[in-house]
Design a protein around this ligand. Structure first.
Ligand code: ATP
Length: 273
């Protein structure tokens, strides 16, 4: 039996409520929820349901979360895999894994396929990547294109793919009938950071002095993932000090640690706002 290189979830609980900020992206992707919930409404009148959309934006901004929320809102199965998994795979199996994935998704349609880090497999073809596995990668990419072209307009499988490098993608991926929609998922601004803090503070025992506006001001350049990280780190700091609630100082300590980590990763923490 072969190891599964994709994951299938049939009971996604994530909804748009869990995705803070990103109003524009949510509005755009809402349309895909509608297609999945009620495909006939569109096909009966002769419309073609889109096959794919690309979620474009920096790491940790909620692309995976948003894709899951689409499945959660539409109550459809969520098939996911990462482009980098393909690259690490044994030679000769990438294309067949893609075939398997689409076959299973079609059987369970309407369904979402989510491909994270599509750039790992979807870089422009014919350019040397020095990894020596170019042929394998191209075979996999070609199979992906074939699958997307092959499934009919009433297959009701929508492929969402995430990247932070839309510029390196093979233009063939963006052609009509493939990933012909791009949805931008940017770093949060101060108001969005406040909302993200509100989401991630919910499970914590909070002290009275916590103020999400203040926390948002302290975290310019942070992604949603960074903020989730800060909230958890603050809870751990507080617990280590045997506190029963997380307070402002715990957050400041946590922000310092995360900023330290970000600087190590050479990320720029921009002095916005
Ligand atoms: P990558 O490009 O690194 O794969 P991504 O854009 O897919 O990142 P996610 O994996 O969706 O980012 O985000 C990681 C975690 O950060 C989420 O599970 C969530 O906890 C938190 N997060 C990110 N963005 C948001 C948001 N807009 N609202 C609430 N939580 C968020």
């Amino acid at each position: 039996s072969r190891a599964k290189l994709f994951d299938e979830k049939n009971d996604i609980k994530v909804t748009f409520k869990d995705v803070a900020g990103l109003e524009g992206a949510k509005e755009e992707i809402q349309e895909i929820v509608e297609f999945l919930k009620n495909p006939e409404k569109y096909t009966n009148i002769g419309g073609k349901i889109p096959k794919g959309a690309l979620l474009v934006g920096p790491p940790g901004t909620g692309k995976t979360l948003l894709a899951k929320a689409v499945a959660g809102e539409a109550k459809v199965p969520f098939f996911s895999l990462s482009g980098s998994d393909f690259v690490e795979m044994f030679v000769g199996v990438g294309a067949s894994r893609v075939r398997d994935l689409f076959k299973q998704a079609k059987e369970k349609s309407p369904a979402i396929i989510f491909i994270d880090e599509i750039d790992a497999v979807g870089r422009a073809r014919g350019k040397n990547n020095f990894s020596g596995s170019n042929d394998e990668r191209e075979n996999t990419l070609n199979q992906l294109l074939t699958e997307m072209d092959g499934f009919g307009t009433n297959t009701n499988v929508i492929v969402l793919a995430a990247t932070n490098r839309a510029d390196v993608l093979d233009k063939a991926l963006m052609r009509a009938g493939r990933f012909d929609r791009q949805i931008y998922v940017d770093l949060p601004d101060i108001r969005e950071r406040k909302e993200i803090f509100e989401v991630h503070l919910k499970p914590l025992k909070k002290s009275e002095d916590l103020d999400t506006e203040f926390l948002a001001k302290q975290t310019p350049g942070f992604s949603g993932a960074d903020i989730a990280n800060v909230c958890n780190e603050a809870a751990l700091v507080a617990a280590r000090k045997d506190k029963t609630a997380v307070d402002k100082q715990d957050f400041l300590d946590a922000v310092d640690r995360i900023v330290g980590g970000l600087e190590k990763k050479n990320k720029i923490v921009s002095p916005e706002e």
